[in-house]
Design a protein around this ligand. Structure first.
Ligand SMILES: *[C@@H]1O[C@H](CO)[C@@H](O)[C@H](O)[C@H]1NC(C)=O
Ligand SMILES: *[C@@H]1O[C@H](CO)[C@@H](O)[C@H](O)[C@H]1NC(C)=O
Ligand SMILES: *[C@@H]1O[C@H](CO)[C@@H](O)[C@H](O)[C@H]1NC(C)=O
Ligand SMILES: *[C@@H]1O[C@H](CO)[C@@H](O)[C@H](O)[C@H]1NC(C)=O
Ligand SMILES: *[C@@H]1O[C@H](CO)[C@@H](O)[C@H](O)[C@H]1NC(C)=O
Ligand SMILES: *[C@@H]1O[C@H](CO)[C@@H](O)[C@H](O)[C@H]1NC(C)=O
Length: 638
């Protein structure tokens, strides 16, 4: 049911999607036949979007295809002023202005699976304002650019891991009124389904937002693709650790070209390069990293070690790992745990951090510490979605009523909860585990079009205000099925036709405002119950409306009125005919009366005269008192 309404409704979008599918197919094809064929036979799904671009391009360094995004979302294209840090040929951005609405999304068809998504936000506003905006993935808020964000400390970059199960990745940019959201690139790169599995499928219901992914002791930051990493690793970006040392840390660097054992095991498949450098300290000196985080959140930590200092064997280097001065992994002996030097080991653990910084510390017990790499993810519980049929209903309303794009009705109507669609208020149905729209306030928006049966899918809608718009046509009788409605305000529109009697089923109504329209006919008598139980009913200023709340209707239809008119006419004709008859008769009686005095002695004659007069009077009275047959017939229906 909902599928067909979607298919019918979104012709334009479907076309765009079809084109996108082609783009996607080309990308996949490139993986299957091109240089990026993974060991498994088919490569990971990957789509890279050059935001604001009208053409596809291929990156020289990597051979990756970058797709244009023209026609896939709102906003406008602009130039990228500083060189792209992800692919040299990228030279455009996409910017979402106020007229595009508060929420703009990419809806990208992807096979179900586990993905790394990555964005770059350039620092490009012509007036040099750093825009502040939010980004959501599948309705879950994953990233908020903070005031004063600074490209030089990697804050223009964000990546997250999540599972996509509904066949499309929905990436939305939410304006918060401080500058226009702007984005240079969006990448959606497939990982192994069980990558970063924290146990018990826990990561199906979370988004893992990368807080830091660090290659310690490396000379420079880099992408997996440029570290010769397996393509199933999602081309992760590894930053150097230079900006993260806590004050007073005395550090040194270890590097090697030697081969590392066990570096690229599935499912996470890390690049070898991250194990070929390490940050170390002097003897018995501690090493600390200070990472800004949001307080009272859960963080998943992944620590990477490989002993790369020649001659260090089991039992020689031992250290404690602490987070915010709580033990995380005690007495770590890398060589003993890995079973050999130059062999990778990975430790992971999830912690709750209640402070604004997460301090990751390494305390030597024997010799010194050596850290090769680490990753810190914030674990963000995924938002529940809005009921599918509500989403489709709102999408069809957006289409049929030509809602202005400034409303930005894109993505999910209710989530993230801090960015509901313009005019909507949502509530959570904890039994069904889904959001629903509880209020829709689209008054004074210049909305036209007609109401239709699609609205009924907003079954839990409690308040609908469409007043002061240009809505035409009739009120669908299906509105009587929106039984949760307490407020229905359709006043000041161009609605016509009769008020459907089904509105009488809306037993929760506290206010029904239909005034100032062109409604006609009788207000359904059932609505008379509204004022009786203290609810507001306003049906004023509908020129052809009558009944409850306005004034009594003539009980007669037009046909009935015509019938009455004909009956009255026949009555008049009979009256006139009767009158003429009587007049003639009276005249003849009058002549007799004149003669009467002369005949007075004859009582019989006089008696006859009186009887004649009475008979005439009865005949005339009968014309008045007996209803004409046509009139009687017309009244029969009552
Ligand atoms: C952190 O994890 C614990 C245990 O899984 C959970 O109860 C808690 O709600 C999580 N906190 C946040 C903010 O997600
Ligand atoms: C992460 O740690 C958990 C236990 O803490 C373990 O079960 C899981 O295998 C580890 N994951 C990886 C990929 O090493
Ligand atoms: C995104 O596209 C998918 C199909 O490709 C569709 O099922 C879904 O409804 C779309 N979502 C939005 C918010 O348009
Ligand atoms: C609907 O919106 C109008 C403003 O356009 C407001 O005056 C009216 O009170 C609202 N209706 C209800 C029932 O709140
Ligand atoms: C109501 O308005 C619509 C659209 O303006 C028009 O097509 C229709 O004929 C009108 N119906 C009545 C009963 O006036
Ligand atoms: C409204 O409810 C009636 C009775 O439950 C049902 O027959 C009808 O199909 C519903 N209309 C819509 C548009 O859902």
């Amino acid at each position: 049911m909902s599928v067909s309404s979607r298919t019918l409704g979104f012709r334009k979008m479907d076309l765009a999607r079809a084109v996108f599918f082609v783009v996607v197919a080309i990308c996949c094809g490139a993986f299957r036949t091109g240089p990026f064929v993974a060991a498994q036979g088919t490569g990971p799904f990957a789509i890279r979007i050059a935001c604001g671009s009208t053409v596809d391009s291929i990156a020289n360094e990597t051979g990756f295809t970058w797709s244009h995004d023209f026609g896939f979302t709102g906003g406008k294209s602009g130039p990228l002023l500083t060189p792209s840090r992800i692919a040299a040929q990228l030279n455009t951005v996409r910017m979402f202005e106020t007229a595009d609405g508060q929420q703009n999304c990419y809806n990208i068809s992807v096979p179900s699976g586990h993905y790394l998504t990555r964005f770059y936000f350039p620092f490009e506003e012509p007036d040099n304002i750093r825009p502040i905006f939010d980004i959501s993935l599948e309705g879950t808020l994953v990233y908020s650019l903070q005031p004063g964000w600074n490209p030089s400390v990697d804050s223009e970059y964000a990546d997250s891991l999540l599972h996509i199960t509904d066949g499309a990745a929905t990436v939305c940019f939410h304006s918060s009124g401080h500058g226009n959201p702007i984005v240079a690139s969006v990448e959606i790169l497939q990982l192994y389904v069980d990558a970063y599995n924290m146990g018990a499928n826990a990561n199906l219901n979370v988004v893992m937002r990368t807080v830091k992914r660090v290659t310690a002791g490396a000379a420079e930051s880099g992408y997996g693709s440029r570290m010769h990493a397996d393509i199933w690793g999602g081309d992760r970006y590894w930053a150097t650790d230079q900006s993260l040392f806590a004050p007073g840390s005395a550090v040194d660097v270890l590097r090697t070209n030697a081969t590392i054992a066990s570096f690229g095991n599935p499912p996470n498949i890390y690049p070898e390069a991250i194990y070929q450098s390490a940050t170390t300290t002097g003897p018995l000196n501690k090493l600390s990293y200070t990472i800004p985080v949001q307080p009272n959140q859960n963080y998943s930590l992944w620590l990477h070690f490989a002993e790369i200092e020649a001659g260090v064997t089991a039992g020689m280097r031992v250290f404690d790992v602490m987070v915010n001065d709580q033990p995380l992994f005690p007495a770590v002996d890398i060589v003993a745990m890995a079973g050999a030097p130059f062999k990778a080991i990975i430790l992971n653990k999830t912690v709750m951090s209640d402070s604004k910084t997460l301090t990751l510390s390494f305390y030597p017990i024997k010799m010194s510490v050596a850290v090769n790499a680490f990753e810190v993810f914030q674990i963000i519980p995924r938002e529940y979605a809005t009921f599918d049929d509500s989403v489709w209903a709102l999408q069809s309303i957006k289409r049929n009523m030509a809602l202005p794009s400034r409303m930005g009705w894109n993505g999910d109507p209710c989530v993230p909860p801090v960015h509901p669609w313009y005019g909507t208020k949502c509530a959570f149905d904890s039994v069904a585990g889904a959001w629903f729209v509880s209020e829709l306030n689209l008054d004074m928006q210049g909305i036209g079009g007609q109401l239709d049966d699609n609205w009924v899918a907003l079954r839990q809608l409690q308040s609908l205000n469409l007043s002061n718009n240009l809505i035409e046509g009739a009120i669908p009788s299906s509105f009587g099925n929106m039984t949760s409605l307490t407020v229905l305000d359709l006043s000041h529109n161009h609605l016509n036709g009769t008020i459907p009697g089904s509105l009488g089923q809306l037993s929760n109504l506290k206010a029904l405002l239909l005034n100032d329209n062109s409604l006609s006919g009788e207000v359904p008598p059932a609505l008379g119950a509204l004022p009786v139980r203290g609810a507001m009913l306003n049906v004023a200023n509908n020129p052809d409306l009558c009944g409850v709340g306005i004034g009594p209707c003539s009980k007669l239809s037009t046909a009935q009125k015509v019938a009455i008119a004909i009956a009255v006419l026949i009555g008049l004709i009979l009256l006139v005919a009767g009158g003429v008859f009587c007049w003639k008769k009276l005249r003849s009686i009058g002549r007799g009366a004149q003669r009467l005095p002369r005949e007075a002695p004859y009582a019989k004659a006089r008696t006859n005269f009186v009887r004649d007069v009475q008979m005439a009077r009865t005949a005339i009275q009968n014309h008045f008192s007996r209803p004409p047959p046509a009139y009687q017939a017309a009244l029969n229906p009552y």
